[in-house]
Design a binder for this molecule. Structure first.
Ligand code: SF4
Ligand code: SF4
Length: 496
């Protein structure tokens, strides 16, 4: 038998102010274990392959463990082997094993389809950072701003049946989404009502919407567990700041209408995720916004979640120097939360990661390993008002980017090379990710941001993931040790 050595996919997580212990996480077995620093040092000393450095993106070094020669008892060695931290596989065989596991996960994800309707590319707001800005401001795109018609909706539902007939049998309710432009404009009501009715008629389903909520009152009777059950709404600060950013076409603000509609949505029992798009200009407004959330009685209400997301410089109006990386934003929010206890109502960007880790420690559940970052690389089908199909909502509106279209007879005609381009991206196919110990926890990062940086979808976009992952896992473990009770599993709407 080949000699045992440390698995290449072993992750070391240091605990703040605790040099006696270290958390081990295995990159593809999904094992999480607390060990003494002596065991960590043993593993470090038995590594035969170090992660290549530097990889592109925001990598951070592992915790500083001495490279010493240490011996351990047979029982400990055996336990480390069973959990995957020690292996007799060669480096190449381990990489093959990793790829095999990632491929299985990716195949499972490909079989889970979800369907997003973009009833229009039009929107009543003009936010400076919008990635679709050109669709509304460039007259050449004027033809795109119409509303999805009922015949097209009928066609798309036939197309959905066609897509499903090619996949493995579905388990669980169908998942539908509404996205735009702004899907829930008052004028869109007939189309949305028709979509909701047809989706309900297909059987059990869930439906989410990403809406600016300025005209959400026109949909009050379509909000609820059986119809649109979850809405993501954006507030970019308290009234004065928000109204500088999320403005109507005539320059007026939108905060007051949105706040009324958050009340309305919560009263109907739907879950409301308030997203705050944050840069270095509005971050200091967050404590005030948190107080507004308390004053409105949103904080602590069932179904209410507020979270932050870094603005990315995706158009010329967004100054790159004002943006945060996800990790930098997480650190900045953490600082604000220490200074302002009312900020507890606002989740950090990585809260989902921490909650997943907390669930693992508290309930001994299965780790959530994923081979792809979002469902643009698995089963997401985005339909626009013309029956064109796209994989990613940041890549819509240009026919040359569509992965297919639903034809007049309701057949989904797919553009196979483009389908392959989007759906094949996984941590098993992006080389840097295949050689990354964090890969099945990360998924490879956003492909669009990777393309912006490296010119191809098939590149990694690390965004400080190693740092973020270790920080969140350490925090989750300390919460677990302190007996913090995990209240619920809150979900945010995302392509992932
Ligand atoms: S898996 Fe994530 S952290 Fe690792 S190389 Fe890929 S993008 Fe970077
Ligand atoms: S995460 Fe990136 S690739 Fe995925 S849907 Fe969003 S923009 Fe597209």
């Amino acid at each position: 038998m080949a000699e045992l050595h440390t698995s290449y996919y072993t992750i070391y997580v240091d605990l703040p102010q605790d040099s006696s212990r270290i958390l081990l996480v295995h990159g593809y077995t999904g094992a999480f274990d607390m060990v003494s620093t002596k065991v960590g040092t043993y593993l470090r000393g038995n590594e035969v392959h170090r992660a290549p450095k530097p990889l592109y993106g925001a990598w951070t070094p592992d915790p500083d463990l001495p490279l010493e020669s240490i011996s351990l008892g047979d029982n400990t060695i055996d336990a480390l082997r069973r959990r995957g931290y020690l292996t007799d596989l060669s480096f190449d065989d381990e990489v093959s094993q990793f790829r095999h596991i990632a491929d299985i996960r990716h195949q499972q994800a490909l079989d889970r389809s979800n369907f997003v309707f973009m009833p229009t590319y039009d929107c009543n707001l003009r936010c400076f950072y919008c990635f679709q800005d050109h669709l509304r401001t460039d007259p050449a795109n004027g033809h795109l701003l119409g509303l999805m018609t009922k015949p097209v909706i009928d066609r798309i539902f036939r197309g959905i049946e066609d897509i499903e007939s090619r996949n493995s049998p579905r388990t669980g309710p169908r998942n539908f989404g509404l996205f735009g432009g702004e899907p829930l404009l008052r004028a869109n009501r007939p189309a949305i009502e028709y979509i909701v009715g047809k989706a309900q008629a297909m059987g059990p389903m869930t439906m989410w919407a990403i809406s600016n909520a300025t005209e959400l009152e026109a949909y009050a009777d379509l909000l609820g567990p059986e119809a649109i059950s979850s809405v993501q709404i954006t507030l970019d600060g308290p009234l004065a700041e928000h109204d500088k950013r999320r403005i109507h076409t005539d320059g007026t603000g939108s905060f007051a209408a949105i706040a009324r509609n958050i009340d309305l949505a919560l009263d109907t029992g739907v879950s409301v995720q308030v997203r705050m798009n944050i840069d270095r200009v509005n971050i200091d407004q967050l404590p005030t916004l948190a107080r507004v959330m308390h004053e409105h009685g949103w904080a602590g209400r069932s179904g209410f979640v507020a979270y932050t997301y870094p603005i990315h410089a995706v158009n010329a109006a967004t100054e790159r120097s004002t943006t945060f990386s996800q990790w930098d934003l997480d650190v900045a929010i953490d600082r604000l939360r220490e200074e302002h206890p009312e900020m507890a109502v606002i989740d950090r960007p990585d809260e989902r990661l921490r909650r997943a880790a907390r669930q693992l420690f508290n309930e001994g559940g299965e780790p959530h390993l994923r081979a792809e970052y979002c469902s643009a690389h698995s089963g997401m089908y985005i339909f626009d008002a013309f029956g064109d199909i796209y994989a990613c909502w940041e890549r819509t509106g240009e026919q040359r980017l569509r992965i297919g279209r639903v034809d007049a007879s309701g057949k989904a005609r797919m553009n196979l090379p483009l389908v392959e381009d989007w759906r094949s991206r996984s941590v098993a196919t992006v080389n840097a990710c295949t050689h990354c110990r964090y890969a099945l926890h990360c998924g490879g990062g956003c492909a669009v941001l990777a393309e912006g940086k490296r010119g191809t979808l098939h590149a990694n976009y690390c965004d400080g993931f190693a740092n973020r992952f270790r920080a969140m896992v350490a925090e989750a473990f300390l919460d677990h040790e302190a007996g913090v009770v995990f209240d619920d599993v809150r979900q945010t709407i995302a392509a992932s």
